[in-house]
Design a protein around this ligand. Sequence first.
Ligand SMILES: Cc1ncc(COP(=O)(O)O)c(C=O)c1O
Length: 303
Amino acid sequence: MIPIAKPYLTQEDAQAAYDTILTGWITQGPRVAEFEENFAKYTGAKYAVAVSNCTTGLHLAMIVAGIKDGDEVICPSMSYIATANSIKYVGAKPVFAEINPETYNLDIHDVKKRITPRTKAILLVHQIGMPADISVFRALCDEHQLILIEDAACAIGCSYQGKKIGSHSDLVCFSFHPRKVISTGDGGMVTTNNEAFYNRMKLLRQHGMSINDRVRHSSSKIMFEDHVEVGYNYRMTDIQAAVGIKQLAKLDWIIEERRKVAKRYENELGDIPFIRLPRARRLLHQLAILFHLSKTGMSGEAE
Ligand SMILES: Cc1ncc(COP(=O)(O)O)c(C=O)c1O
């Protein structure tokens, strides 16, 4: 029996959850704040907002980006359903574009054909952890005044142009589902360099409450909160965040272990003529980028 994926969870991760339970503070609190800080540092983003999963993170990203009823958002025709659902949540229309069969990522030429006066954003998925060519999509978005949102559910730890995924755009959403590179059971994170987005997402993830629980409970005075807009309960728990802190600390090791597994698949399956292995994609992606660069003068690279 070969599992489709197996999280790298250790005794240390279990101990962190155990210790957090015994502190008595189990929902969003100090461990979540610490996880966010470490995550922002790892990715190089200014801010990180922990959420209950990547889908809720994508939903918040759509809201703060101002996507609404009647808007169109271009996304890949091949992705997990949560990508398109997050667009539907705000009443907008997912417009499916083709992917490049070599990289599995959005095909820029097909995306261009699908831009209409209603297009408001491009939701770029880093398919199965393969970074998409962000700078060419950034340029296209700038040309048409579109918002670029990244669905990086599978892409924690990947780099593009020498910087970690999470640091290039204002809304990048990650997943910690057990099939992803690191796991907190379920969980998600949105990174941003935009302070207004950061503050609004923090508000929306906990019922639109003007004062968070941690501040209220540590105050010596009674504090009354306002609910300034319709929010959601998209909180991560401190139990999950405690596991996330430990998982993030060993992310680079986990990636190395996963590379070893990939190498084994390459060695064992590489000579079977009717199987096309993803190993070629990295090289082909780089070649495709070089070809694009020679035409546009832009620079791109993915790891
Ligand atoms: C590309 C993509 N986006 C979004 C999601 C949703 O992530 P989550 O399960 O954390 O909501 C997934 C999960 O499989 C995914 O692969």
